[in-house]
Structures are given as structure tokens and as C-alpha cells.
Design a protein around this ligand. Sequence first.
Ligand code: F6R
Length: 616
Amino acid sequence: MCGIVGYVGSNKTVDVLMGGLRRLEYRGYDSAGIAIIDSSGVLNTAKKAGKLSALTAELKAHPINDGQTGIGHTRWATHGAPTDGNAHPHLGDNDKLALIHNGIIENFAPLRDELLAEGFTFESETDTEVAAVLLGREYQRVGDLAEAFRSIVARLDGAFTLLAVHQDQPGVVVGARRNSPLVIGLGDGENFLGSDVAAFVEYTRRAVAIGQDQIVTITADAVTVTDFDGHPVETEEFDIAWDASASEKGGWSSFMAKEVSEQPDAVANTLRGRITDGQVVVPELTEFGDDVLAGIRRIVIVACGTAAYAGQTAKYAIEKWAQVPVDVELSHEFRYRDPVLTADTLVISISQSGETMDTLMAVKYAMALGARAISICNTQGATIPRESDAVIYTHAGPEVAVASTKAFVAQITALYLFALHLARVRGSLTEAEQAAQVAELQAIPEKIQAVLGVEDEVRQLARWMSDTRAVLFLGRHVGFPIALEGALKLKELAYIHAEGFAAGELKHGPIALIEPGQPVFVVVPSPRGSAHLHPKVVSNIQEIRARGARIIAIAEVGDAAVLPFAETVIHIPLAAPLFEPLLAVVPLQMFAMELAIAKGLDVDQPRNLAKSVTVE
Ligand code: F6R
């Protein structure tokens, strides 16, 4: 949801900014732009609607002068269509100041009216330009960017990260942050700002996260962070755990293909360091306190999209192993009702980016009501883990493709580790039972690797179905959230109408959708592990088959019962029931990706989407 990069230093600023934007493009790709103060002290900008490649072409056709100070932006449009004019940067102070923005300034309309009444004019329909003009007006009064920021931030409602440069202050980039992400990269004789560390990981692996309501000033040699009142604040440096190559395609046709294939590692790396002698000990939770965990009476999971489906999947394991009731809520629904939370409620947020505004607001709200909060997050230094009492990082590595894949399996893995840690602390599993679950978890990377082998089969299926207009997904128990996730992947990647249902719900209405030829994916529970559920799902298959549905079953190797009724069976290795989702989701991800490819779509950057949704 808008990527931001800022730079001061002696490298080629155009290259630093464009490289940063390339790595941040997953955040938004409606338009892109840069502003650079050139070596003669003049502010130059270039911006273009469309993907970053359009700006690259523009810069090739009309190069701008380079300098040592610049800012760059990739946009996910909120206010104003994705046009050249609405692209950032926006200008203020007689075109001497350039500003970029991630977030939404909710009160931009009255501010704009105020500025119009004073005779200022606007070139765009954006809320951002209002901030640029306001900042420019303030700069004229105080003559210093950081000072000007300090006086305007109190007037802005909403969420924002703003970065600005002014040609009268070359060698300085100033940023202000409220509820949208911003991270500092510390270099040698150069410093960086970025929406996340991907913006500058090519140049440095030393980073500093900036807190809420803070203003940062970078020069080539110094970094200063203050609160909105100008008081210096303490910051904490961290090392970025991955290098630049992890966020490169590295020979794959797409980030999505690469990330699907990285799932065995995503699970293995998330397990690493958290299992000792067959027992789960998550070090981050020991700091949280065993007595506190043992006293938890209820868990509420808040998340959105794929992350919420990871929560829905893990609910079954947490309740079974730790015997604590779990509710899974969409963050935006949770936040705006009146949930009953007590001090013995634990709120677990799940977020790949750690920046999803809906989830951040839900966490803050829950904590304000007295609940404790743990975050499951894939992005170091992100806002949600910083706001929470504890964090269990998933170690999936950077996820660049907009549709989430490897983060999903890593989230389930982290939640299972949490569940086993909790079960140990609460004594709800014996050591032997715990060790058996741990062994299942440890076997997952190899089993996912085996599932990846169905690629050709899935590709053929996708080609065969490339004209399909609607697809249904059915699952039961832990297979239900996987059906929902399969449908979401297909919607967002292949733009095909898809719905996921609990198989048991079918006869309560959705079966009316079945007509001859309707493709239906069914996640079939294991006949061994789920002996009571398996026949019921097979009956569901028969019911829809009788009405002409074309069944594609995801079933355990050796499940003979589905063979007579399914057009296609995609086999997954044997696993205990609670672990099947980690395997069954993989062919569904691959199917959505292959169908999108068969339709000639961009699987990494589906239309209208952004990876990190930092507006509510
Ligand atoms: C779907 C997808 C989204 C995200 C959701 C939450 O493929 O990527 O549904 O899962 O926007 O994002 P995070 O996990 O960053 O909070």
C-alpha cells in the first residue's frame, strides 16, 4: 500500500531510489515517481502512472539530473485515479519542496478548502498534495523541514508516513510517521529510509525501526529521531536477517513460483531453534511468562485474508492441544463492535507484513481493553510486533508476490508451535503426545517438497480449465479454511469467481449452485486419521457428482474411496489430520497460479491489490 524510499549519500541516487522502488513495488503499482535535489541544488521530479517499468521508460527517455538527496514512491491509489497527475511526489513551496505519502489523510477536504481560500492551487485530486502544500506553507514560515513537519502533523488526521525534501535544504530527507510504516537503513556515509527494509537491503543490513508519532531526519552522516514535540527519542538498531538475494526472483518465472517452492524452507526455518528434545519451547514466549500463559482462559485471533485462514486452521490445534477456547475474528469486524475482553484473554494477531492497518487497530484496541497481545509476523521491525507484548516471527523470508503463499504455511507452523508451547505450560499434553506432534511438524518440509512434485499435473488441469467462470471449494474441519484459502487464491490471481464452503454446509443452500460441469475442488480428510469425517465428505462428493459437478479431489495417497467419483485426484502424502492443511493448500496455490498464467495474467501483481494494506 504505497512504497516509500528516501536516500542521502554519494551513490547514484536515481539508482538507489529505483532499486528501492523495484523491491517495494509489491506494495502498490498504480504509479511511481521520484524527486532528487541535483548537484546544483535544483529539485527535479519524474513520475508516471502504471507499473515501475513506465517510470523506468520515462527516465530513459527524459533523464533527470542526479544528486545526493532523493525520495521515491510507488503508489496504491486511494484518493484520485492512478494518473500521472495523481502520482507522487507532490510539490509545495513554489515547487521547491517534494513530498511523498503512504496512508490516508482523513481531514484533507477541510485542509484543502482552507488552503484554497488562501489562494493556493492544486494540480491533483490527492490528499497527499494537501500535505505538500501545507508543509510548504509552514516551511516558508520556519525555514526548516523537520520544524515544519512538527508544526503540521498535529493538523493531520488519519494514517501517514510522509517523506519530504526541500531544495533549500540539500542533503536532508525528513520523514514523519503515524500508523504507517517507516524504517531507517544505516549506511557508511549514506543513510536510507524505507517502508520496509527491502528498500535498502541491497546497501546495508543495519536498520532502525521508527516508533509511532515520530519525526526522523537523515543526512549522509547522521540520523535524528524525535517525537512530534521535538524531544529526542531512543531508537533500537537491528540486523536484517536476510540478504538482498532473498528478495530477487533468482531465475524463477515469478516471485509467486519461487515462493511456492520455498515453502519447505519456510516451515523448516520457522521451526528452527524452537524445539528441544521433542518438546516445543518458543524462546519469545518464555519472556512472556509461563504463569501468564497458564492463566489464559480464552484466545482471540485477529487477522485478515490469508492470515485469518491461517488462524482459522490453527484454532483446531490450539483447542485440541492446549484446551483453551479460540475465536478467530477478522480484524476490521472485531475492532468496530464491542468485544468482551478480560485480562485473561490473549489476543494473537497474524500478519505477514506486520503493517496491516485493520489488524494493527484491532491489536491496539484489544490492548486498550486490557488484553495481552502476541503477534505472529514475518517482517522484522514492523509495527504490529512492536505494539504487541511478544512476537513469534515466522521465518519465511521476504514474500514479494502480492498473494500470500509461503507466509501462510509459516503462520500455521508458528501457531502450532505456540499451541504446543501452551499445551506444555498448561500440562494439557503428555510429553509423549507432545513429541508425537513435534515429529509430525518436523516431517512437514519433506512432505511439502513431495507435494510440489504435482506441478505438471496441476498445470495441465489449469490449462484444461482456463475458460472456467466459477469454481467451488469444499472442505471440512481443518480442510474448511483451506477451501476458503483455495478460493481466495483463485479470485485474486485468476480473477475467477470462487467460493469456499464447509462441506457439511452444502446441503443447507450452496448445493443449489451445482449444475452440470461445475468444477468443485474437495479437500478430503484422511480415511485413517479422520475415519468419522471421511465417509461424510465422500457422501458430499457423491451428492454433487449426482448433480453433474466435476470433482477435483485433494486426497491422501491410497484413498481409494474417492477414485470412482472424482474426475481428477491430486494426491498428498500421509499426515495426521491437523497437519494435512499444510500439504493440501499447496496444489490449490499452484492451481490458482497456473490458471492465472494460462490466462496470461501477472501472478505477482494482480490487479487492484497491494501486499501491505496500510489503510483501514
Ligand atoms: C491474500 C493476501 C491477503 C493478506 C492480508 C493480510 O493472498 O495476501 O489476504 O493475507 O491482506 O496481510 P498481512 O498478513 O500482511 O496482515
